[in-house]
Each structure stands twice: as structure tokens, then as C-alpha cells.
Design a protein. Sequence first.
Length: 302
Amino acid sequence: MISCLIVWNKATNLFKNVRNIFEKNEEFVFCVKELEALLISQDVNIKTAQQLVKNLPKSKDPIVVLDHLKKELLSILVPCEKKFVLPDVPLAIVLVCGVNGGGKTTTLAKLSKYLTKDGKKIGLVAADTFRAAAIDQVEVWGKWLDVPVYSGQVNGDPASIIYQSVDWAKPLGLDVLLVDTAGRLQNKKNLMDELAKIKRVIQKQIPEAPHETILVLDGTTGANIIAQTKIFHDITPLTGIIMTKLDGTAKGGGLVSLASLFKLPIYFLGTGEKETDLDVFSSQVFVEKLFAETPFDRVEPV
Ligand code: GDP
């Protein structure tokens, strides 16, 4: 099995920084203030940072502080750990949404790879008809992964494409349709109408669909992910999150805020550009990596 290790805290080593804060400051109260500022610099939002330091034990021992922080982080993250399991239905529909450029299409391919390993027969649906490149990209992934793709015309109606894709999937004996949807946040009204219509139309075919509505978020966009999640969650209730690009300069704190504010399941983390670069989210592993003393770089698959 291919595996790789990643570093999320390449930019700054949280462990060393926490230690420095507690070694350099005489007064405990200053340590707490600096610690709060450090967490905010790691993309943790203010409210969550305050929550994390609130019950800090009055100790200047960095190990005690780190242990406390880890426990607090886990108490936020563990409730968001949920295995991605699709219901046992003849055809499961998974809508994948997110802002353009965030890694939506790549994640579609990664999910396809992941579910294929479970023996599921997957079809990809290119329903982001706003950009020709988005349709092409899904088709390229389909060829690469040897997975069938249903795509519409550029500027076609996404809802009718998805409706047709259900009829297309049945004779092929597919178990799951992974649907790439548009991600134009600039026009919230259009996006809202489009996603609402997709749901309405698809429910004519499969009343309980979509079975999952997953938001893909770019981990390098910092605090922005909170605003994006709020908009998408308001438009269409999300059932889970996948955060991408945690192999780069992302700091990881954004995910903590997200978990604290929305409490949505975090299914996977994207850790690279290949179809295998998808890690099942584990709060324990995530927290350990946030504080890893020696940041480690990507280890190529062995
Ligand atoms: P979309 O516009 O949301 O569909 O985004 P794409 O799937 O086209 O991805 C945009 C860019 O991000 C591409 O260059 C992808 O290879 C890259 N990408 C996607 N996911 C990851 C990831 O987890 N890590 C890294 N480093 N790059 C990623």
C-alpha cells in the first residue's frame, strides 16, 4: 500500500514556539497572551484560540502546557472524526462542492480511487458546466482512473445533466456517482439556485439523494475557509468536509476552527496532487503532526 508522510507545520514549528514562549516569559499571564497570539497566527480563529487557552494549568512547564493543548484540541476534533461510509443503496449520489481552484476535481478522483478499493463501481459526473476546463479535467481523470464519466455541454443545465446521469448509471451497474458541481461564490444567488435545483431534480429520481454533500476546502486559504463553509452550509446542508493541500504551507489551525464552529464530519485530508494522496482524517494523527518536534517532509511512496 502506498503511504506518505506529510508536514503541515513547515512554516513554523508549533512545539518549539510554545517552548520558547514559556522559557522567555517570566509572567504566566504573558505566556497565555502570547500562546493565544501564536494559535491565531496558525489560522485558529480568536474564539477557538481563547477556548484553547482558557483552562490552561498555571504551569511554566511547556510539556504540561502542550499536553493540555493537545487534550483541548482533541476534545474539539474527535467529535468531527467520522468514517466516510455510503449507505447500502442501489445508487449513492455524492455531491462535491467548493470554490474553484480548491481541489474539487482532484478530490473527486481521489474519492473515486478510495471507493474503488472498497469494490464499489464508480461513475464521475461533470456537472460544473460553467468552465469547459472543469469538464475536460473530469474526463481526463476518468480516463486515467478507468472510470466512466458522464458530462454535459459547456453552459448546459447541471440539474438535467445529473438527472440524465442517473439513467446512464443504472445499465452500467454503477454503485456511486461522484458529482462535480460548480463553485462560483462570486454569484451566490446563482450558486444557490443551481444547487437547490440539482437537489429538487435529483430527488425526483432518488428521493433520499444526495446521500452526501461534501465541501472541499483549500487548507492554504487560512481564515477564508470559515466564510466559505458558512456560505455553502447555508446554501445546502453539508454532510462532510475534505480539506486539501495540507502538504504545503497550510498551518492546520483553520481545520481546528472549522471543527469548533461547525462540528461537521471531517472525512479526509488531501495531501498531494495524486489520486492516492488522500488520508482518512484522524484527530490523533493531526494533533501529533501539529506539534511534531522535528517537522518532517514528504516521504515518497515506498
Ligand atoms: P478545482 O478547481 O476545485 O476543481 O481544483 P483542482 O482539482 O483543479 O485543483 C487545483 C490545483 O490544486 C491543481 O493543481 C491540483 O493538482 C492541486 N491540488 C488539489 N488537491 C491538492 C492537494 O491535496 N495538495 C496539493 N499540493 N495540491 C492539490
